[in-house]
Each structure stands twice: as structure tokens, then as C-alpha cells.
Design a protein around this ligand. Structure first.
Ligand code: ADP
Ligand code: MG
Length: 722
């Protein structure tokens, strides 16, 4: 009997089976019937040829208009030029030495034509396409089919849409009894059709209503299976034991609070309370803290770290770049003051050691840092990827904090977490400044609890953002440089951000576009030109650690200091977390080369203090282009959530969310993480209840099976990528 696990080779011939696997990874009947149509066409209605994109592999429904047999001039052989049409537009089919096709491609005949769209002599064509003529019978009986939708499948040059269609049809005929993961009661309750019917209808819908029913039902499967997986993960985490870390009255945290130069915002207080509750628990905390750039996540994390130190444990803070790790180290030692100097003269009794570990430490400092970590002398350990190395061995790791989580993969987080010891789990706090829309948080981080800091600390001035058209209005760019100089004269600092370091890096793919502005070119131009009167320095990721560090430190000193730097010309190394509150202006060159969230992050570097921030987005992008729209959106709002949603829409989810969850998302073919909020939310609730009452899904074997399949696919993808 055919089931979803039956091999496709039992349905189709070995050749088709093998290309289905190599082209689409289709191995089982289940894979095959979940290869859903990309679109549908009204049977008999011709494809709008005007909409085809150059370079795409397409399948079109069209009618033969003419057939020309042409002898080659300079070499032997012949060429066949066939024009097909949708009634208005035309497309040329090209064959070589195949004059016999004249028998097939009779004028007036309709068919499906498939191939890659190219351009030759200004005409769009398909070179040696595959085709399937619609049989006369179909045309004669068009009335029978008039309502039927013709599925068009994702296809390649090796497997045609109609081959897939046939394979699916034969599979569906044999798939009569499939265990339905959603039981009848549940389907009734949510008004969903059964699985076999849904599969039949999505591949062979008679009309849009049927199609909608099929999609609704199949989306439920996807959403529920994903949410079950996440609910199981979450439950496992909830049940795992962890050492409770309780606030110690009169301890380090209490002393720190006394020293804190500002009042926590209401949001910071609320999150802190939640975190304290979870740390005191006998199970590990797994919390995602998200908040606008500048909302003060670090202090919240630091208070959690101090709680753990107070209870005798260590806390590790992992940051994605050396600049950021170093800055965290400085900010934290500064906030802690004498509390950060255990072992040193004049240090506070309650104090702890704070250690920085990055790749650029010299041998002696590294040895010392490793020793402090192992001995427990360092209560707080801050570092980059260097923290993940084998030789880093903690005395008693109680809390892992990960800043800018999207810069790390699951495996990296897991490596740090594992340093707590084999049978012990640390508490985990991950932070992100890229706001995550609710639905995305629900899928990508479904196993985590989410806290959000929505307000900025009092006394922050708003940032105003403007688009500067470099070539259309060169005067505006000059004015921008003047503004930079004026700000410096007022005692502030400025950033100039460029998309890349060197000018000769890579040639642009499109020869009409000029190469992106490079640091090496712009810096001397500015230093000898518009920014002659101020002190500029450059910063980029390829500079040695100590050098970067020195530049950052001198930049922080600012215009009033003899050693200070006024204007920092840099690449995006300053994107994350850099905190120089006195910086007020940022000029971003070729701003159109950056993503929306990235621009939002970047400008978060200015306006951190009490003086108003200004961000200038310099661009050559033409009016009405997508790039200009993006920039206009960034200029129009400072709401990170709004921008994140827009970014997701424009760039696709994978790019924005980082790399770790793509395996799981491969289970989502019909569900859109952005648009299917309702189903995802309902599925989450249902999944959590189910896992609560039946953790191993013993009473739901079909669901259990589907969840296991998803895990297997996700793991397979993960292995393939690493
Ligand atoms: P982000 O959330 O972007 O990581 P940070 O934690 O770096 O933000 O905080 C930005 C700046 O705001 C830091 O200089 C920090 O000391 C300061 N800050 C944090 N909380 C407050 C507060 N409640 N009041 C005033 N300043 C604060
Ligand atoms: Mg930060």
C-alpha cells in the first residue's frame, strides 16, 4: 500500500525518480505530494508573456504562431525559429537541426513550453525548450475543463512541470488511506478538510474556493508541526535542572544599584524582576531580551550577571566583534567601579573580577585571562568567539549572555552553554537590537520567552534622518560636511560610514553602476578637503585589535581632548553596540547599499546623549527605485519594529534572522512567517496544550511522525550547510 513514506521510485520510473531527487530532494511520496504548484493557470487561458523575467526558468501556456526552418549561413546545419504567443506578446523558441519539429508545432496548436528566458537581438526567447502539446481532446473538451486550474510546478531544465504533474497525479491515485495528523474532532472544530482531500485539491483544484480550503488545511499541518517541535524543546528546557541563583541582600548587586548613576526605566525594572524570578528557579532561564538600539539592555544583563556572581557563580557575555566586546568590558568595569577590582588594593570586599578574552590578546594576557576564568577569580567574563575555544574552562558558569544573538549560530550558543558542565545547564539570556515581529519571534525563537524594552531612557533626543542626493544635489553633500565640522566645533563627534574598505576589491556586476565608496579613497579626500579642520581617523574590521582599540578610545575622548578624534570614518564595524554618547552626526555613504535594519542599527550610534542626533543617508539611487523607497522609510520613522517588518518583507526571512533557524523553516512551504500570524498563534496554543498533556505524542502517532520528519530534515539541512 502506498503511504507518504513510500519511495517515489514505486510511483515513477527510475530516471524520473533520480532527477526528482537530484533537482528537488524528493525521495518519498510525501516529499512529492508536498511539492506544491508555484502558481495556477486557467486551463486554456494563455500565459501573459509580458511578465516573464529574463533568466527565469518558466513554464508557459501559449499558441504556436509560426514555424521557420532556417539554413545556417556560415556552417552546415539548420535552425528552427518558432514564434509562440499569448494573443498579444510573443516569445521565440529556438531549436537546432530539428526541422522535424514542424510536424508537432503546427500553427494554432497550443501547448506548455518550458525553458530559460534569454534575450537575443532584443527578442526574448527560449533556446531548445521542452514542450508538451495540449491534446486536441483537451481543446475539444475545453468546456469540461473550463473551470479547472492548471498547476504550474517549480521546475528546472531537467524536470518539466508536466512531468511533475503526472508523477503527482499517479501518487494521488494510490494515496487513498493516509493517517491524518489532525484528528476528526480537531478538524471539525477548526473547519478543516482531511489530508487526502487537501492534497488532491491543492494539486487539482476546480476553482479558487477549493484551492483556498486546501491551502488553509495544509498550512495548519505546517504550523502545528513546527509549534509542536518548539513546544517540546521548550518543555525539555523547562524541566532541565539548573542551579537557582538568588539575589543576595547586601551583596554585589545591591552595592551596584547604590552606585548606579541613573534610574532604571520602568521597562528595565520590569524585565529585571522577571529575570530575577527565573534565575531563582531550579530550571534554566531561556529568555530573549529585545529592545530598540539604546534602550539599555546592557544594564539589565549586567544586573543578571551580578545576581549570579552574588550566588557564587560566573557569568559570560559573548559579543560578536572585538570592538563590541572591548566596549562592553569598558562600560561594565566603569559602571562597577571599585566593585570590579577584586584582588586589587583598595578594592571592594564584595567585588568581583571582570575579564576580557578576545583573539587579539597577547600570550601573557591570554594566559592570565584563562587562569582567572578557570579559577573563578573572574566572576564576569566578556569575550568574542575566543570564549568558545576548547581551552576556555569555567569554574562555575551560571549564566550565559549573548549580545546581538543573530550574529551567532545555534552551534555557537550551544558550545558556550556546554561549558557549564556535562550535566548542568546555565541560565541563558540572549539579546537583540533587531526588533523581531511577533510572528517571527513565535517561529524562530518559539522555545524562548521574550521580553521587550520599548522605551528609551529619559533625556535622549530624537534622531532626525534625511536623504542626501549626492549627484542630483551636490550642494547638499557639501552642506553635510559643513554640518559635521560645526558639530565638532560645538564639542561633539561624528561618524562617516562607508560600505567597504578598499577601492579595488570587486568590480560591480552591472557595469552601469559605479563601485561603492571605499574607505581608502574617501578618507584622504575628506581629510584634505571638507574635513581638513578636524581630526579624522579610520576604523575597519581588518585592522589589528590593539589598533582598533586605540582608535575607539581616542574617539571616545572627543574634540575637547588633545589626543581625541573628532570624526571616525569607518565600515560597519561600528554597527553593533558602539556607545559614544557625545557623537551626534552620522553620514552614511552609499546608504542604499545597506539593509533597512542595518541602517537603523547604524544610526542608533548617534543621539545617545542629550544633544539631538542627525543621520544623513547619502545616495545616488534613482528616484522611485526600491533603494530610494527603503531610504525614505528609514528617514520617515524611528520605530524599529515597523522597519524590521519592512525589511523582512523586502529581503526574505533568512537574511534577517540569521542562519540558525533555516532548517526549521524549510518545513514552512505554505505558511508565511510574516502573514500567517493567526494560524501560527493558534497552533502555538494548541501545541503547548498537546505537549503538556501528551509530551511524547503517544496518542497522536501521525503528528509524532511529522515532528520527527521535520527534525530529520532540519538536521540534514544543518549538516549540509556546516
Ligand atoms: P542597547 O540596548 O542598545 O544595548 P545600552 O545598554 O548600550 O543600549 O545602553 C545605552 C546607553 O544608555 C548606555 O550608555 C547606558 O549606560 C545608558 N543607560 C542605560 N539605562 C539607562 C537609564 N535607565 N537611564 C539613563 N541611561 C541609561
Ligand atoms: Mg547593546
Amino acid at each position: 500500500m502506498t503511504s507518504l513514506d513510500t519511495s517515489v521510485s514505486e510511483i515513477v520510473g527510475p530516471k524520473t525518480a533520480s532527477v526528482l531527487e537530484s533537482e528537488f530532494g524528493i525521495v518519498t511520496v510525501g516529499d512529492l505530494v508536498r511539492h506544491y504548484p508555484r502558481r495556477y493557470e486557467q486551463r486554456g487561458a494563455l500565459t501573459d508573456l509580458g511578465k516573464l523575467e529574463i533568466g527565469d526558468h518558466v513554464t508557459v501556456q501559449a499558441e504556436v504562431r509560426s514555424f521557420k526552418n532556417l539554413k545556417n549561413k556560415s556552417k552546415p546545419g539548420s535552425r528552427q525559429e518558432v514564434i509562440i504567443s499569448d494573443g498579444t506578446g510573443q516569445l521565440t523558441l529556438i531549436f537546432f537541426n530539428q526541422h522535424w519539429r514542424e510536424k508537432d508545432l503546427v500553427v494554432g496548436r497550443r501547448g506548455l513550453f518550458s525553458g530559460q528566458v534569454t534575450v537575443f537581438n532584443n527578442k526574448r526567447q527560449l533556446a531548445h525548450p521542452e514542450y508538451e502539446l495540449l491534446d486536441d481532446e483537451t481543446q475539444v473538451n475545453a468546456a469540461d475543463y473550463s473551470a479547472a486550474l492548471l498547476p504550474v510546478y517549480p521546475a528546472t531544465s531537467k524536470v518539466q512541470s508536466w512531468t511533475i504533474e503526472r508523477a503527482i497525479k499517479s501518487a494521488l491515485v494510490k494515496l487513498t488511506q493516509v493517517p491524518d495528523p489532525l484528528d476528526p474532532q480537531f478538524r471539525n472544530q477548526h473547519k478543516l478538510i482531511d489530508l487526502v482531500e487537501a492534497l488532491n485539491l491543492i494539486h487539482q483544484p476546480a476553482d479558487e474556493t477549493q484551492l483556498a480550503k486546501a491551502i488553509e488545511r495544509l498550512k495548519w499541518d505546517e504550523a502545528l508541526v513546527l509549534q509542536l517541535l518548539l513546544a517540546k524543546e521548550r518543555r525539555e528546557l523547562e524541566l532541565a535542572p539548573a542551579q537557582p541563583r538568588k539575589v543576595k541582600p547586601g551583596g554585589l548587586l545591591a552595592k551596584f544599584d547604590e552606585l548606579l548613576p541613573f534610574k532604571l526605566t520602568a521597562g528595565q525594572l520590569a524585565v529585571t524582576k522577571t529575570i530575577e524570578g527565573e534565575l531563582a528557579n531550579g530550571h534554566p532561564m531561556h529568555r530573549l531580551l529585545q529592545g530598540e538600539v539604546g534602550s539599555g539592555k546592557t544594564v539589565v544583563a549586567l544586573r543578571a550577571m551580578l545576581t549570579v556572581v552574588d550566588s557564587g557563580g560566573q557569568a559570560a557575555l559573548l559579543a560578536p566583534t572585538e570592538v563590541l566586546a572591548t566596549q562592553h568590558y569598558r562600560a561594565i568595569t566603569k559602571l562597577l567601579g571599585p566593585l570590579a577590582e577584586r584582588g586589587k588594593l583598595g578594592a571592594h570586599d564584595e567585588g568581583t573580577g571582570v575579564t576580557l578574552l578576545t583573539g587579539s590578546l597577547n600570550t601573557a594576557s591570554r594566559r592570565q585571562a584563562l587562569l582567572d576564568i578557570t579559577s573563578g577569580q573572574a566572576g564576569i567574563v566578556i569575550g568574542t568567539h575566543a570564549l568558545l575555544e576548547d581551552r576556555v574552562d569555567f569554574f562555575d558558569l551560571g549564566l550565559v549572555v549573548i549580545d546581538e544573538q543573530h550574529r551567532f549560530g545555534v552551534e555557537q550558543r550551544a558550545t558556550l552553554v556546554a561549558k557549564a558542565g556535562e550535566d548542568r545547564r546555565p541560565h541563558v539570556l540572549v539579546m537583540t537590537a533587531t526588533p523581531i515581529p511577533r510572528t517571527v519571534a513565535m517561529t524562530a525563537f518559539g522555545a524562548l520567552d521574550v521580553s521587550t524594552l520599548t522605551e528609551l531612557p529619559a533625556g535622549r533626543s530624537p534622531i532626525s534622518t534625511h536623504v542626501v542626493l549626492a549627484t542630483e544635489k551636490p550642494g547638499h553633500l557639501e552642506r553635510a560636511w559643513q554640518r559635521v565640522v560645526e558639530e565638532v566645533q560645538k564639542g561633539h563627534q561624528a561618524y562617516v560610514v562607508v560600505p567597504r574598505i578598499a577601492s579595488q576589491e570587486d568590480k560591480p556586476a552591472d557595469k552601469n553602476s559605479r563601485p561603492a565608496v571605499a574607505l581608502e579613497d574617501l578618507a584622504p579626500q575628506l581629510a584634505d578637503g571638507p574635513l581638513k579642520e578636524v581630526r579624522v581617523a579610520t576604523l575597519h574590521g581588518q585592522m589589528p585589535g590593539p589598533e582598533k582599540d586605540e582608535v575607539m578610545q581616542r574617539f571616545a575622548l572627543g574634540p575637547t581632548h588633545p589626543e581625541g578624534i573628532d570624526v571616525l570614518i569607518s565600515t560597519t564595524v561600528i554597527e553593533v553596540g558602539v556607545d559614544v554618547p557625545n557623537a551626534t552626526v552620522m553620514v552614511i555613504m552609499d546608504a542604499d547599499r545597506f539593509g533597512i535594519s542595518q541602517l537603523h542599527q547604524l544610526r542608533g550610534r548617534v543621539g545617545r546623549g542629550s544633544a539631538a542626533g542627525l543621520c544623513l543617508l547619502v545616495t545616488d539611487a534613482p528616484a522611485f527605485s526600491r533603494a530610494r523607497e527603503r531610504l525614505a522609510a528609514v528617514a520617515a520613522t524611528t520605530d524599529g519594529f515597523e522597519l524590521a517588518a519592512l525589511d523582512l518583507e523586502q529581503r526574505g526571512e533568512g537574511d534577517v534572522l540569521g542562519r540558525d533557524q533555516s532548517g526549521l523553516r524549510s518545513g514552512l512551504k505554505l505558511v508565511s512567517v510574516l502573514k500567517d500570524e493567526e494560524i501560527l498563534g493558534q497552533a502555538q496554543t494548541v501545541a503547548r496544550q498537546l505537549v503538556e498533556s501528551d509530551p511524547e505524542l503517544e496518542n497522536h502517532p501521525a503528528l509524532k511522525n511529522a515532528v520527527e520528519n521535520l527534525i530529520a530534515t532540519a538536521q540534514a539541512q544543518y549538516v549540509k550547510k556546516s
